[in-house]
Structure formats: structure tokens, C-alpha cells
Write a protein that binds this ligand. Structure first.
Ligand code: 13P
Length: 257
């Protein structure tokens, strides 16, 4: 973390978990243990249908509500999709874009990710852009090249003033939901390469202002060590964000002096 230049953001990604009633119950439970606001910004990205319920339940808890996906077209005949304007109208500030599960199961490509990034930025919200390598890519030794390409494609056409609103989440695919975490050094190295890629595109001042998260089995036990890396400015957390006690411990780790 480097709080001098950029914000620390702890975000949960609930994926396809939690009904509306479970969301309310989670809010009641976390209310009892939620720490006072300090440095880190906290949010939970929830299934689209539960955004209104979550916004109400987390309103006075210092937890913002984010979305897990969006469609890039403004409106029209796209059955089942949700537009950026619809999310914006629900007071959503953050939208996860290009999660590896969406790339793997729903055919998202670097091109659709780029279109979604523009849609989210044009609506005045912040995209959390996910990038990450497979185990095979890591073992082949092409992690940094692969991720630089994903970052450059996602940010294609994004001007510097809008880049300040973007968050990049480094999520090695082999570490998602597997209980296998990248070591702090591995994660820190890729995150600092992501910053170097941004620096090569936008210059040093802009690059140092961008929040880069790590995601992939981040939990209450490994959060402090991962967040101690200078280029890891937060976490995108799946499983551990579904359990109030675990999520709060990760927030506490991000709030350490
Ligand atoms: P886990 O924390 O469950 O590994 O999920 C990470 C993730 O995919 C967050 O977007």
C-alpha cells in the first residue's frame, strides 16, 4: 500500500451468492463488528438484482455497493442485460469488469472488456478491471507480457483524467477459489509490472495514483502480508467476503498504521 499517492480499496465480489434476505442478514451481522472509518475504502459487489437491497442495508455502514458486470450498449434489445446508466441510477460507484469467470464462461474478450470500461467511465462510475494469467501461462513464463497486453487492451482509448477513476485487480486465475494464494512477492511483482505498464502509457504521476488490487484467495490470514507490498493497494475478495468476521479482519489489515 502507498496511502500517500493512492487510495486503498477493499472490495468483496460476492459472485452468484447471497439472496436478498441473506444480504440483509449479512448487514445485520457485520454492523456489530464493522471498524470505524480509517484509510481504506470498503465496498461489496453484489448480484445486480440485490443492489437496491444491499444499498439500503449497508447505507450507514461505510460499505459502498458495487456491481459485478455491466453491458456496454446504452439501451435497446439486449434481453437480460443491465446498462451502465441503470447501475448509475441505483447510485452504484464501482463495477467489476472482465473477471476471469466472465472471460471463461461468458465469452468476454479484451475487446468487450474495453467497451465496458468506456461505458462505465462515460456513466461517471469506476471500473475495477480484472486481469490475470492461467497456471499454464505462468509456467511458460509469459505472465508479465500477458498481463501487460490485458491492461493495454482494457485501457485502449481511455484518457489520463479518466484513468484516475480506474482500479486494476490482479487476479491470477490459478489462485481464484482454490485456496492457493500467490506469494506476497509473486503478487507484488506482477502488481508493480502493472504499474510500469501504466507508467509507459500515461507517465509516472498518473501511474502512481492508480489503485491496484490483488485477488485470489485473499483472506484474513494472508491479507496483511499481501497489503504490505508497495504496489498492492487493496484486495478483491471472493469467498472471504461472504463471512462478516473474515471480511472485517481484511479491512482491519488494510487499516493498519
Ligand atoms: P476468492 O477470494 O474466492 O479466491 O475469489 C477471488 C475473486 O475471484 C475475486 O474477484
Amino acid at each position: 500500500m502507498n496511502r500517500r499517492y493512492r487510495k486503498t480499496v477493499i472490495a468483496g465480489n460476492w459472485k452468484m451468492n447471497m439472496t436478498a434476505s441473506e444480504t440483509k442478514k449479512f448487514a445485520e451481522d457485520i454492523r456489530k463488528i464493522m471498524p470505524r472509518a480509517k484509510w481504506c475504502e470498503t465496498l461489496l459487489c453484489v448480484p445486480a438484482c440485490n443492489i437496491p437491497v444491499a444499498s439500503k442495508a449497508f447505507k450507514d455502514l461505510r460499505i459502498s455497493v458495487g456491481a459485478e458486470n455491466v453491458y456496454f450498449e446504452e439501451k435497446g434489445a439486449y434481453t437480460g442485460e443491465v446498462s451502465a446508466e441503470m447501475l448509475k441510477d441505483l447510485a452504484v460507484k464501482y463495477v467489476i469488469i472482465g473477471h476471469s469467470e466472465r472471460r471463461q464462461y461468458f465469452g468476454e474478450t479484451d475487446q468487450t472488456v474495453n467497451k465496458k470500461v468506456h461505458a462505465v467511465l462515460n456513466a461517471g462510475m469506476s471500473p475495477i478491471i480484472c486481469v490475470g494469467e492461467s497456471l499454464e501461462q505462468r509456467e511458460t513464463g509469459i505472465t508479465n507480457e500477458w498481463i501487460a497486453l490485458q491492461v493495454k487492451s482494457a485501457l485502449f482509448g481511455v484518457p489520463a483524467d479518466k484513468l484516475r477513476r480506474c482500479i486494476i485487480a490482479y487476479e491470477p486465475i490459478w489462485a481464484i477459489g482454490t485456496g492457493k494464494t500467490a506469494t506476497a512477492e509473486q503478487a507484488g511483482e506482477v502488481c508493480s509490472n502493472i504499474r510500469a505498464t501504466i507508467r509507459s502509457l500515461y507517465g509516472a504521476r498518473v501511474a502512481r495514483s492508480v489503485t491496484i488490487q490483488y485477488g485470489g484467495s485473499m483472506n484474513e490470514k494472508n491479507a496483511a502480508e499481501l497489503l504490505a507490498q508497495p504496489d498492492i493497494d487493496g484486495g478483491l475478495i471472493g469467498g472471504a467476503s461472504l463471512v462478516p468476521e473474515k471480511f472485517v479482519e481484511i479491512i482491519n489489515a488494510a487499516n493498519q498504521e
